[in-house]
Structures are given as C-alpha cells and as structure tokens.
Design a protein around this ligand. Structure first.
Ligand code: SF4
Length: 241
C-alpha cells in the first residue's frame, strides 16, 4: 500500500489497539468501560487480524465509503459463489446491471462468463467464486482509478485469504494489473501463469471483450484449459465456451 492509502485491516487494528487502551485506562480509574456491540467485541477478541468468513468480512465493510466510488453506487457488489471454491474469477468492477442487482457478472458479459464456466469448464457457476477488484461501480463504467483500487484491494485480499483458492483467473487488463501491481499487456501476457498471494494466477480476456471480439474466444478457451489441467479437471479438447 502506498503512503496515504488506507488499508481497512490496518485501520481496524489501530482502532482496536486504541479501544483496548481506553478500556484499560477506564478500568485503572475504577470506571466501567462502555458497552460494545457484539460485532465490535468479536473483532476485539480476534485482534482484527483476519475474518472468519465472507459474511464476517461483508459485515465489516458495511456501507463502505473508503473511496469516492461509494457516491455513485446503488449496491456494493461484494462477490458471490462458493466460499470453498478452488477457482476465483476476478473482474475489474461492477457495471450498470451488476450495480443494480448487487451481484457480479449478471449482464451479457456475465452470461458469457457462465457459459465459459459451465459449458467450457464443466463446472457449475455456484461452484466457483466471482468478484471484482473494486466493489462499487465506477461512473460511466470508466476504469477504476489507482486510489480506488488501492482502497478496495485489501478486501479482495481478505476474500482470497478466506476462500484460499487453488487458482485465480483475472478477467481483463485492469484486474491483472491491479493484482500484479504493474502495467500489464493483456494481448501479449495472457495465458501465462503468474502468482498473487502465492496463489497461481491465470490472466485472460474479459468476457465483455469477447462480446466485441468473438474470435478471441479460442484464446480464452486455451487459458481455461490450462486452469482445468492445473485443477485436475477433465479437458475436452474439442470443447469451447
Ligand atoms: S470501491 Fe471498495 S473501497 Fe471504494 S467505497 Fe466501494 S467497497 Fe469501499
């Protein structure tokens, strides 16, 4: 994280340390500390180092305002799917339909992603986990900005810590760039293995790009096969999304 950006876990750790000191000071002075909510107590007891579940993390995020994207959102799009998934797809951010529905990848691009998962990879959509780098819709579907990615990325890191997938598949240039922390040339670098938080990462094209460039489906299928082989799934060589 860069100077000036806020890591919510770090922020919470500081709050916890401060609260503990206040409570200890009150006790030293013979005062009863104020009553705390059960969720606050839970974070205090755990030391705020991690979250037990995705629900726990979502609960902590609440109506997040850690970056300016909260102003334009209808719904915060946290992510959906199996909390024990072996495979996590990461897009860049919610679009208009996702913002309205509060769910990731529900528009035309989402339908295509479902086809890739179900028809191509032979998995159910509910068996994988799908989320985005930023959880709130950027205005006019522009790319998320650096400060927005920095503010929201710790939430994705926490999601990955909880799910502990065997593979991350990033969709499009922005999500690969955000996770790898550098400029990423999607047409040249997709289809190669990288790593994020020691989890193998396969970058491929975003399904929205495939809607505009159907011929790129073949390349996405090649990338999907690499993921399937890594997961020990049966690969039908003539299959395609
Ligand atoms: S994009 Fe992320 S950091 Fe920004 S307001 Fe939404 S949830 Fe919070």
């Amino acid at each position: 994280m860069e100077r000036g950006s806020i890591d919510p876990v770090e922020e919470l750790r500081e709050v916890v340390t401060h609260l503990k000191k206040l409570i200890a000071d009150d006790r030293d002075m013979g005062l009863e500390p104020p009553a705390l909510s059960s969720s606050t107590l839970k974070y205090l007891q755990r030391g705020a180092s991690s979250f037990d579940s995705l629900e726990d993390l979502r609960d902590f995020m609440g109506e997040c305002k850690r970056c300016k994207l909260w102003r334009g959102r209808t719904n915060l799009v946290f992510g959906e799917g199996s909390p024990t998934s072996r495979l996590v797809f990461v897009g860049e951010g919610p679009g208009r339909e996702e913002d309205m529905a509060g769910e990731p990848f529900v528009g035309e691009a989402g339908k295509l992603l479902t086809k890739i998962i179900e028809n191509g990879m032979g998995l159910k959509r509910s068996e994988v986990y799908i989320c985005n780098v930023v959880k709130c819709r950027p205005p006019q579907n522009r790319d998320p900005e650096k400060d927005e990615i920095e503010a929201c990325l710790p939430f994705l890191e926490q999601q990955l810590k909880i799910i502990r997938p065997e593979v991350i598949c990033t969709l499009g240039r922005i999500s690969a760039q955000a996770l790898l922390g550098r400029e990423f040339k999607i047409s040249r670098e997709r289809g190669n293995w990288f790593s994020f938080m020691d989890i193998p990462l396969m970058p491929t094209y975003h399904p929205a790009y495939l809607l505009r460039n159907p011929s790129a489906k073949r390349q996405v299928w090649e990338d999907a096969k690499k993921i399937m082989r890594h997961l020990g799934l049966e690969v039908r060589e003539n299959g395609q999304a």
